[in-house]
Design a binder for this molecule. Structure first.
Ligand SMILES: O=C(O)CCC(=O)C(=O)O
Ligand SMILES: [Fe+2]
Length: 205
């Protein structure tokens, strides 16, 4: 698999269906690879988005049945029966120095209430949600400023920390992007690679 490496503090790769508006965030405009460039990712997309009546089709694909990925996709599908996605931002954290800074995925192309299904593989990492301070705060992805502190759920319920383990599924929907920031901070003890797949629906113009 080709991972597009740029100046972000992790590897990223963007895959999207043809004809969608470009994704631009924090000054980055990643090249949109085609699903056909990555057949395994296309299988994953199909599994995540398919209708339940077609679910059995995937069971007969031996490569998927054997893989942990498949169990994960079933989880996504069961939890989000009506959801469809047409783009994927893949993140690769090679070790504890790789991170994503505080941001919200509130780009216009996702609409006002984006649904993001985030599947994680490999090294477990903390994922932190922090309530935005201002009512109309639009703090953007700040990859140049790593979150410094190990966060715990605060007494004001304005911060929550989740350990995203291998095979975990995290879903952000509703007003999550409007009201909350999230980050995956640096972690000295995270020595191995983590791959994170975030499936999103880009609205057609
Ligand atoms: O790696 C993660 O769990 C989060 C990635 C993320 O927030 C993003 O790609 O927008
Ligand atoms: Fe994000």
């Amino acid at each position: 698999m080709h991972i597009l490496l740029c100046t972000q503090p992790r590897g990223t790769c963007y895959v999207a269906s043809a004809g969608l508006p470009d994704l631009i965030y924090s000054g980055y405009q990643p090249h949109a690879y085609s699903w056909d460039d990555f057949p395994p990712l296309k299988d994953i997309l199909d599994a995540v988005s398919m209708q339940s009546s077609h679910l059995t089709c995937v069971f007969v694909v031996p490569a998927l049945v054997r893989s942990n990925v498949f169990a994960c996709l079933l989880k996504v599908h069961k939890m989000l029966p009506g959801s469809t996605f047409n783009s994927l931002l893949l993140n690769r954290y090679k070790g504890g120095n790789d991170y994503v800074g505080w941001h919200s995925d509130d780009e216009k192309l996702y609409g006002s209430t984006p649904e993001i299904a985030s599947v994680s593989f490999g090294c477990e990492r903390d994922f932190i949600l922090k309530k935005k301070s201002g009512k109309s705060s639009q703090e953007r992805r700040s990859d140049d400023k790593p979150p410094l502190k190990r966060s715990r759920k605060s007494s004001q319920d304005d911060q929550h920390s989740f350990m995203l383990k291998h095979g975990s599924l995290l879903v952000m929907r509703g007003n999550t992007q409007r009201d909350w920031l999230h980050s995956v901070p640096k972690r000295a003890k995270a020595e191995t690679t983590r791959i994170n797949l975030t499936f999103r629906l880009v609205l057609q113009e």
